[in-house]
Design a protein around this ligand. Sequence first.
Ligand code: ADP
Length: 518
Amino acid sequence: MKPLEILKRHYGHNAFRPGQETVVNSILAGHDTFAIMPTGAGKSICYQIPALMMDGLSLVVSPLISLMKDQVDQLHESGIAATTINSSLSFAEMKKRLQAAARGKYKLLYLAPERLEMEGFRSMLESIPLSLVTIDEAHCISQWGHDFRPSYRSVAHWVRHLPQRPVVAAFTATATQEVRNDITNLLRFDPDHIFIAPLTRDNLTFSVKHGVDRRDYVTRYLSKRPGQPGIIYCATRKETDQVHRFLVERGFQAGKYHAGLTEEERHQAQEAFAFDRLQVMVATNAFGMGIDKSNVRFVIHWQMPGNLESYYQEAGRAGRDGEAADCILLFSPSDVRTQSFLIESNTLTAELKERERRKLQQMRQYCHTQRCLQQMLAHHFGDYTAISCKRCSNCANQGEQQDITLEAQKILSCVRRMRERFGVSMTAKVLKGSRNKRVKELKLDRLPTYGLLQNWTEKAITHRIHVLAAEGYLHITDEEFPRLTLTPVAAEVLKGKRSVLLRVKQEKKPQASVKKEL
Ligand code: ADP
């Protein structure tokens, strides 16, 4: 049978989606294959179809028991023999399944990476010829990824030393260049067999909201969507509890999920959400990989997360059924402080902290960019084919283009006068002409750029500095106390060789703007 026939017969789909067939063919041709595909693109089929067509057993390394169970249940529904070996099984049951696998009863066997670190288990597995080893959620391999699982690394080592080397396939939804390099080096993928599916998803509308009253915004948003399921992500457990309480008091059917709840409580909340007994799940990022709900109509981030990888993965849980869905980020400058605090209070090495700070800056740029949001995300994850989506809050709400060169020059020149030694907040104070004690102590009030934007509020100056940073005129360093520095483009602006154009969004009264968004 050909791949397409299997797709039709077992899965009931008429055609492959973009990227799927290439990946299937690469694996079938015996190449180790690395595929980067967005959530919902249909990764599972890409290794399951080859698994069905190849002789022997395919092993699938997966990070979560719940994910494995879902996959195996779905395979059973499609009439495919598959099983899982996990820590919830007795030794006798595990042995039974392995023996059945050795007799050829199953085509796919799912297990956690830790299992392959157990000597006894590995020797039992040795007698079974493996055709394919699939590493699902492969970003867990990389210590630069946000879900690093050390055991994932030993899978690579184990595969390499097998007497009969199976084909290896790795899949992930989010991989930055760093993570991708790490996976590629560890598993030694040939660049010819690394595939990046288009990362944009036409059914998702991304937006960033600045300065909204979050409670008011969410209340209005939910009221307009009775019965439509969605997730609200909060940065902390405390915030999750508070938002949940608020929504329940307002009469919404909301549940909550975070690592501070008992397993039973979390399980119940997840089930209630899965079966539409709850409209909204308020959660921390603990509510994650195991969610297999395709009709999530919106993902709202109550706060800005710490990096774009987490953001895209969480937001990407919306609209997996292909129907329209919203991914909304409610931004407040204090979110950056929360995330900075989380980084600085962490026990990371200096190098890792620097990376986290850099990622936080990228996240912040997303919140301030004027570019298409979806395009920016796609580019960040290496899909340079993405064009403007024409739907996101930046594409849809483009105001008049204005020449702000003079104002940009004032800001850039102030950064230069301050010798690139200070951060955003201090720069904004100097431009405002603030009487702040530190400004005076440091004699910054003597600079010629002091008070150049005195008619602006400090908040507006801060925002404009971030917009200039997001557009590449300024750089924010990765230090614990980030400094503003000038980029080569800034030098051109200061010399008058380049003008700065900015689309100034129409300012609306909060009430009116909320109405328009609903
Ligand atoms: P991922 O693991 O990439 O997030 P899944 O493998 O869970 O995605 O697939 C997401 C959904 O897309 C599933 O409901 C699956 O049945 C569906 N799907 C996958 N491939 C196709 C296809 N070629 N045509 C139609 N639906 C598909």
